[in-house]
Design a protein around this ligand. Sequence first.
Ligand SMILES: [Zn+2]
Ligand SMILES: [Zn+2]
Length: 161
Amino acid sequence: MNDADRIFAEIKKEAAAAGIPYSLNIHPGVRINTRARTILGSCRGNERTGFVISVSERLLSAPEIALRQTLAHELIHTCKGCSNHGAVFKGYAARMNNIFGYDISRTTDPEKYGISTEMPERHKLMCQRCGNVIRRSRKSRLVQHPEYYLCTCGGRLKRIQ
Ligand SMILES: [Zn+2]
Ligand SMILES: [Zn+2]
């Protein structure tokens, strides 16, 4: 498991060494987002209220470089003039890339790191006649009310997970 707080501290040291003027008003703990499927990281807040950096839980079990680059990307967002991915942002990203061999880009595509954006199949229903198992990731009407539905064989469905 990658330690987001430890790696974030390292990224801040690297950014400081590269002369990246990141905000000193950043919440010390990296928030772990357990819900986002396709977003790897985010940076919310501003200089006055302080910035909060979040990363997807999925980065904790991904290759460490994916977490490092995501944290570096979000850290750059705390710099003045970097709330978007404009020229200032790009300049700092290029500097980090040159010095540390990163590939910080405007967008971070989870697939690039082999992180699937598929939803996990959290719910299962089983046909009480043929044993067919139906998997669903969302708590849909079928999951909540299997009694309203029938299997293609005509059998009743029962929620098993
Ligand atoms: Zn960004
Ligand atoms: Zn059936």
